[in-house]
Design a protein around this ligand. Structure first.
Ligand code: CLR
Length: 378
């Protein structure tokens, strides 16, 4: 039934939100949605999903061959999808509208070291654009010589009752090999469909294809399907891992559902398994954070949303937005520009250009954000 999951008092506001969606193009983040669908978490926190299984991230460095490392990268990547795309449903009952980060918003975190991981894993996130929203991030396990750098933006449209989200941006993973060489992996991102809107209980399904291209020549092609395709199950995927042109190894085929488990099609061995617990990022308490750090910045708004006090949430949100508007006005008047703290923008990412060619990436070039090596972690 329509609006089944929508609180009675918000039904008409949900209906008008859906109507406005239908005639809408641009970024969803700035749209006003009814309170029941608001999340207390800012989008700057989302890059942490990349490392909620830090031991799989670390294990990439242990692969002895380029083939083994490519499979380890794929295993880590697939294992992040459950967190990235289903965790709000698990923690809050449905997909929600995250807080729209302000320009310069920061999010720092760590995953502590242990014997399996070799060392501490650190996360630095910066909101590098407000309109359109763009988030840049960098995750590193220095002891293992593994670094992930990327940025994220979204292009949204509405079709057949669903929101279609094209992810703009990419990630680059680098692995420092014992030989002194650096292996690179270009990671592209899947397309999202947000279904369940009619009922007021949105959830994500992944669609189309994403790629992981290694500088060694190995390529993972990952196809995503929902209910009624491949196995007929939601959250299905099929990954084909193909060797470089000069290597005659049979491609690996991995099939399964990304929010549970998958198998290697030839050996029937389990490939990935995310039915076990994950480890959320560790963040210092907000009284030790700077004003620009996400949880401190949004503290009042998040508290209001969590406690159902939407009036105080809205009030604090307006305060933050007004401060931002004033800042932009002052900059315009002074002829200055906001300076990014941890990243610099480049018009074309050379790794994307070089590795993207190998699988005919579309588009052929993408911009990028280069980390300035000045994070809070020593
Ligand atoms: C951000 C980058 C992460 C993966 C990810 C997961 C969920 C996505 C989010 C990204 C972008 C913003 C997003 C969100 C789901 C819903 C939300 C598309 C891609 C939109 C802006 C809100 C829609 C509002 C309805 C839920 C009502 O690695």
């Amino acid at each position: 039934q329509a609006g089944e999951a929508v609180p009675a008092a918000q039904k008409s506001s949900w209906t008008s939100f859906l109507k406005s969606l239908a005639s809408f193009s641009g970024d969803l983040s700035s749209m006003t949605a009814p309170p029941f669908i608001l999340s207390p978490t800012s989008l700057t926190e989302f890059p942490a999903y990349w490392c909620e299984r830090p031991e799989l991230f670390a294990a990439i460095a242990d692969g002895k061959t380029d083939e083994a490392r490519s499979l380890a990268v794929l295993k880590w990547f697939i294992s992040t999808l459950k967190g990235q795309y289903t965790s709000r449903n698990e923690s809050m009952g449905s997909e929600k509208k995250p807080l729209n980060p302000v320009l310069g918003e920061l999010f720092y975190g760590t995953w502590p070291s242990n014997s399996a991981r070799g060392g501490e894993t650190t996360l630095v996130v910066e909101q590098v654009s407000h309109h359109p929203p763009i988030t840049a991030y960098r995750i590193a396990n220095n002891a293992k010589g593994i670094v992930l750098t990327g940025h994220n933006a979204q292009k949204t449209s509405f079709s057949g009752g669903s929101i279609i989200v094209k992810q703009v941006g990419h990630a680059v993973l680098t692995v420092s090999l014992p030989s002194g060489e650096t292996e690179e992996y270009l990671i592209t991102l899947p397309r999202l469909r947000i279904d369940g809107l009619w009922y007021g209980s949105p959830y994500i399904e992944l669609a189309e294809t994403s790629y992981i291209q290694s500088s060694s020549g190995w390529l993972s092609t990952i196809e995503y399907k929902g209910k009624g395709y491949f196995s007929g199950k939601s959250h299905s995927f099929k990954a084909t891992v193909t060797p470089p042109a000069h290597v005659s190894v049979t491609p690996h085929v991995i099939e399964g559902t990304w929010h549970t488990t998958s198998k290697d099609a030839q050996t029937a061995a389990t490939f990935h398994d995310v039915t076990t617990a994950k480890e959320e990022v560790t963040v210092v308490p907000i009284d030790q954070q700077s004003e620009w750090e996400s949880r401190r910045l949004w503290h009042g708004v998040a508290k209001g949303i969590r406690e159902g006090d939407f009036e105080s949430a809205a009030k604090d949100k307006s305060r933050i937005e007004n401060e931002q508007r004033q800042r932009r006005k002052d900059e315009a008047a002074a002829g200055t520009m906001w300076e990014l703290k941890h990243f610099t923008h480049i018009d074309s990412d050379p790794v994307y250009e070089r590795l993207g060619k190998l699988f005919k990436a579309n588009p052929a070039t993408e911009d990028g954000y280069v980390y300035q090596n000045n994070g809070p972690h020593s």
